[in-house]
Ligand binder design. Structure first.
Ligand code: BES
Ligand code: MN
Ligand code: ZN
Length: 496
């Protein structure tokens, strides 16, 4: 889809659908006011009499009868200006783009209004992301896409006086949106068609495409490298585990690398601590952290991030065969700590243990891991935020700010010493579960804490509840959300 900026006056711009934003708590302004005047008050009448409240994402079609170059306009509610946030703008524009698609229009133009606290570049960035990710649907396996009746929108024009600045925002937004969609497509792909070496190949392809270093360790190397926890999780599957490292080293970069780590379970049956079938339905999503890291790494060169960034993905399939680990098995992680695997379904923390140990050896400036780690995080936060666990307040604050800016929210949890007791082992150093039905997400986090030295700023984001949704939302159709890609890119882009 082509997205571009133009500085033409909206009512003179030829398009098959002119989208005019309207605030809920303000009089009609700009082109909407001018059009209303030309139509003898029709727009105001629709607003007053037809129940159009201009709440965020509300739309109404108005035919212009020659009063504008476009034959139809779509009034698009932005909600209350007094409660404006960039995220509300994204949600409204995404809904507007879907409304245009429902009208079977292949192109539209959106008048970018003046927005509180956003310049034209930021507004265009938010609008571009909203249009591109709001229109995404996963149809790779629909053999008869036409029966879905969906029009493909081919062109969107942002109308603004600051077309130059907007063009910069559009370019940036197209990269972050594509990264988000790449992650979604990987997560949406079913697990009979993705396994650890498939992810490794995706990493290789990305490395080749955008120029990153790439190293993949197979199951033998994983053992040689003393990654006993990753190996233990992976050995119950016919599809062996992999350990993937992508390396973005821009010319002239100084300073220690930032390391992104993503949980890459290509399927999680629970192993011998088998999941009930309904809990297993969505477990193709258990590599959402990995998908996020691969997609973010893909975007770094295009965004010209100035720092070295490593993307690390431990990947395995949690299955059951004669080699699968048993509850009670003891494995040794790369940093030498022994772990009693009391529950084979708490496997994410095991593969991350080795990945975090390896990440720590790279002398990084910071480590951030993204993992679909616990069902409990959804009990705590629902699907409105990811859980944030950090050993460093400054890093936590950076991540929270990136979350607010990107609209991919995170919320902090404690990792007090008392919680750390929950995962202390009896016959081993650690056990992989905490207290029954208590503080499950924190138990996962404090377990991981054992694999990063205190001196390294580290944060863990539990994305289990936000990585996949079962009903459409403004910025994501049902299925994978790509949560965290834009947060990570915002974080890296604003590091200095
Ligand atoms: N992959 C799951 C967590 C998950 C749950 C992701 C729901 C997405 C949606 C993880 O490996 C897991 O099974 N966690 C267990 C931990 C427990 C055994 C301590 C859980 O949450 O039940
Ligand atoms: Mn599990
Ligand atoms: Zn899992």
């Amino acid at each position: 889809m082509l997205i571009e900026a133009q500085s033409a006056p909206a009512l003179e711009f030829a398009t098959s659908c002119l989208v005019l934003p309207v605030w809920q708590d303000e009089e009609l302004a700009g082109s909407a006011a001018a059009l209303n005047e030309k139509l003898g008050g029709l727009a105001a009448a629709v607003i007053a009499e037809d129940g159009f409240k201009a709440a965020s994402g509300d739309t109404r079609v108005l035919y212009t009868q020659g009063a504008a170059a476009a034959s139809r306009t779509l009034l698009l509610g932005l909600g209350k200006k007094s409660k404006f946030t960039p995220q509300k703008l994204r949600q409204a524009i995404a809904k507007g783009a879907r409304a245009v698609r429902a009208l079977k229009r292949a192109d539209f133009a959106l008048e970018l209004p003046a927005l509180p606290g956003l310049d034209a570049t930021q507004a265009a960035l938010a609008a571009t992301e909203a249009i591109a990710i709001g229109l995404y649907t996963f149809s790779d396996f629909k053999t008869d896409e036409d029966t879905l009746g969906r029009t493909q929108i081919e062109r969107a024009t942002l109308l603004t006086e600051a077309a130059g600045a907007a063009t910069e925002g559009i370019r940036h937004g197209q990269i972050t949106a594509e990264a988000n969609l790449r992650a979604r497509t990987l997560v949406n792909r079913p697990s009979n068609l993705k396994w650890p070496d498939y992810l490794a190949n995706e990493a290789r392809k990305i490395a080749h495409e955008v120029g990153l270093g790439c190293e993949v360790w197979d199951e033998e190397r994983i053992q040689v490298e003393r990654m006993g926890a990753l190996y233990g999780v992976g050995m119950g599957s016919d599809k062996p585990p992999r350990f993937i490292v992508l390396d973005y080293s821009p010319a002239g970069a100084t300073g220690a690398p930032i390391v992104l780590v993503g949980k890459g379970m290509t399927f999680d049956t629970g192993g011998y601590s088998l999941k009930p079938s309904t809990s297993m339905e969505d477990m193709k999503d258990d590599m959402a952290g990995a998908a996020l890291v691969l997609a973010a790494m893909w975007a770094l060169p295009a965004l010209k991030i100035g720092r070295r960034v490593l993307g690390i993905v431990p990947t395995a399939e949690n299955m059951i065969n004669g080699h699968a680990q048993r509850p009670g098995d003891i494995v040794t992680a790369r940093n030498g700590k022994t772990i009693e695997v009391l529950n084979t379904d708490a496997e994410g923390r095991l593969i991350l243990a080795d990945a975090l140990s390896y990440a720590s050896e790279q002398k990084p400036a910071a480590i951030i891991d993204f993992a679909t780690l616990t069902g409990a995080i959804g009990v705590a936060l629902g699907q409105e935020a990811a859980g944030l666990f950090a050993n460093d307040d400054a890093l936590a604050a950076r991540i929270q700010s990136a979350g607010e800016r990107s609209g991919e929210r995170v919320w902090p949890f404690p990792m007090w010493d008392e919680y750390k007791e929950h995962v202390k082992g009896t016959i081993s150093d650690l056990k992989n579960i905490g207290q029954e039905r208590r503080a499950g997400s924190i138990a996962g986090a404090v377990f991981l804490d054992n694999f990063v030295p205190e001196s390294i700023p580290w944060a863990h984001l539990d994305i289990a509840a936000v990585s996949l949704i079962r009903e459409d939302r403004p910025l994501s159709a049902r299925g994978a959300t790509g949560f965290g890609v834009r947060l990570a890119l915002d974080l890296l882009g604003n590091w200095e």
